[in-house]
Design a protein around this ligand. Structure first.
Ligand SMILES: [Zn+2]
Length: 284
């Protein structure tokens, strides 16, 4: 469930706790979550290393170790998250960062263990791994490239926007919000959209993701919390997600909740007046 704003919020929360701090050790509690690296290797690389930086690519959290010790990459996927306060479910702890001066503990928890923990020797290796399975980051992609990448598929625009290989960072909640702001029906075929449609998607994507980061993301259920165990604030002011039957903030018609093909039962919310399915597009 964590999407770009939630993962960016994790990164911003982790920086003050980790950056320029010495790791006493990284404790792997659940080696089954490791991908392409052993617990022995990862623990050896991290022991005594200073954290040089924490950054995000798509929905990946990357922790750079100084002294050429490599990069730890954690993908929270559905149920992962970081804690600077002691987690309430100790049995969900999968990895622990132990820091010194002053002594600090950072926990990575993952309820359903769907996340992944990897290690890469350097930034180039991490970037190459990301590029094999992802398109450009949603906050970095230019409108021309977004148009080219979305315009290649005849799939519906909503699942296309959520395809990490096309553009990285968008999931179910923000896809609904972006398409409402762009006044596009979620089932419009991506390759039938006009240049102006892609421009509205690009503008809405930047505005909504940026605002959601300011509000520290979306907590729809018990899943996502900030590193201080707080709920994100975006769903207090969003337009459609989770608001079935409530008035559209643009036209006051009730928001519709439905299921569309290709989304594995995840709900879609839209305004039937602002986001019309017909090729003629929305009423102005
Ligand atoms: Zn509307």
């Amino acid at each position: 469930m964590p999407e770009l704003p939630e993962v960016e919020t994790m990164v911003r929360g982790l920086r003050p706790a980790l950056v320029e701090r010495a790791l006493v050790r990284v404790e792997i509690r659940d080696p089954s979550m490791l991908e392409g690296v052993s617990a022995v290797k990862l623990e050896a690389q991290a022991r005594g290393a200073t954290v040089a930086g924490v950054f995000r690519r798509g929905k990946w959290v990357a922790i750079t170790l100084g002294g050429s010790r490599g990069i730890i990459v954690i993908q929270p996927r559905m149920t992962g998250g970081f804690w600077l306060v002691e987690p309430d479910r100790l049995d969900h702890i999968r990895l622990v960062f132990h820091l010194e001066r002053p002594s600090t503990i950072v926990w990575y928890c993952d309820t359903r263990r769907l996340g992944r923990i990897a290690w890469y020797a350097d930034l180039a290796a991490a970037e190459a791994a990301f590029a094999r399975s992802h398109g450009p980051d949603a906050l970095a992609i230019r409108v021309e490239e977004l148009r080219t990448r979305l315009g290649r598929t005849s799939r519906a625009i909503k699942p296309a926007l959520m395809d990490q290989k096309i553009v990285a960072g968008i999931g179910n909640i923000y896809a609904d919000e972006i398409l409402h702001a762009a006044r596009l029906h979620p089932e419009r075929p991506a390759n039938r959209l006009k240049p102006a449609d892609f421009s509205r998607i690009h503008t809405a994507m930047r505005a909504i993701l940026t605002r959601a980061i300011e509000l520290e993301g979306s907590s729809f259920d018990a899943g996502y919390r900030t590193v201080l165990a707080l709920e994100g604030g975006f769903l207090a002011e969003n337009s459609v997600y989770g608001r079935a039957g409530a008035p559209c903030p643009t036209c006051a018609r009730p928001i519709v909740k439905t299921n569309i093909a290709g989304l594995l039962g995840r709900p879609t919310h839209f305004c039937p007046r602002c986001q019309r399915k017909g090729a003629r597009g929305p009423r102005s």
